[in-house]
Ligand binder design. Structure first.
Ligand code: BTN
Length: 245
């Protein structure tokens, strides 16, 4: 790994994930594309990602991971951990709302959209899109429960320096941890898991039923393990469970 950081800054684009997709044949592993403005920022589940112009970090990292498709949750785990640890460095205590939203108590500070391209049973490349709320102080009302680094610390940040610093730590973490076979990443991810070991209400999206349960951890395949207050332990895949805030 070289020390040189390939970060391309654009004044505006539709979505940094889409922009990276258009360049996958001419960009190197671990290149980063950041935009001051996204005109069509994308969130999970087809949602729009809103970010005030020039206020926050919106960027995508291009990764050629050499990883089996069955292990793709690893990329989510490492990315989420890299963000919580980075926020910790800035005195913000954040958690991972499974699978990869980053929360400060009940407020979302960062969203992650990972798009993997598979060939056979391998991942050939991965686009990791990150929207980190940094200097924004107020958000439109329709955004449910946002926060930002400024709102949490009272400080404003230089976006370019902040991104460089983050990318350095991300590169180190992904390089060290993607190939590892130890349980450290799983354990650490679970340590930062939002709402772990406490009772809350959830909706089972397969049946529509609301139930009370306790998150107990993450399964080997990246499903959320929940002990229902009344009933058996269950595992939920992405989109099969929704948190009631
Ligand atoms: C979510 O929480 O719904 C995921 C949000 C991901 C937003 C980032 S911003 C940079 C990258 N480009 C996009 O269009 N989306 C991701």
């Amino acid at each position: 790994m070289t020390d040189k950081l390939d970060i391309i800054w654009k004044e505006s684009t539709d979505s940094t994930n889409e922009d990276v997709k258009r360049h996958i044949h001419d960009i190197d592993n671990l290149s980063v594309l950041a935009a001051e403005i996204q005109n069509a920022g994308r969130g999970q589940r087809g949602n729009v990602w809103f970010s005030g112009e020039g206020a926050n970090l919106t960027f995508s990292i291009f990764l050629k991971p050499e990883l089996k498709a069955a292990k793709q949750f690893r990329i989510s785990q490492i990315t989420a951990l890299s963000i919580v640890k980075f926020l910790e460095k800035h005195d913000i205590k954040a958690s991972v709302k499974w699978p990869n939203d980053i929360y400060v108590q009940n407020r979302k500070i960062c969203g992650i959209l990972i798009e993997n391209t598979l060939r056979g049973d391998s991942i050939i490349h991965s686009i990791i899109g990150i929207g980190l709320n940094v200097n924004q102080e107020s958000f439109p009302q329709e955004i449910p429960n946002p926060t930002s680094m400024l709102m949490e610390t009272g400080k404003t940040f230089d976006l370019k320096m902040l991104l460089e610093d983050y990318i350095r730590s991300f590169r180190q973490m992904i390089t060290e941890r993607l190939s590892e076979d130890t349980k450290d990443t799983d354990l650490e991810y679970q340590e930062y898991l939002w709402r772990k070991d406490e009772e809350y209400s959830y909706r089972d999206m397969r049946t529509g039923n609301i139930f009370i349960g306790r998150i107990t951890g993450i399964s080997e395949t990246g499903c959320l393990s929940v002990q229902k207050k009344e009933g058996e332990p269950e595992e939920f895949a992405f989109k099969e469970i929704s948190y009631i805030l």
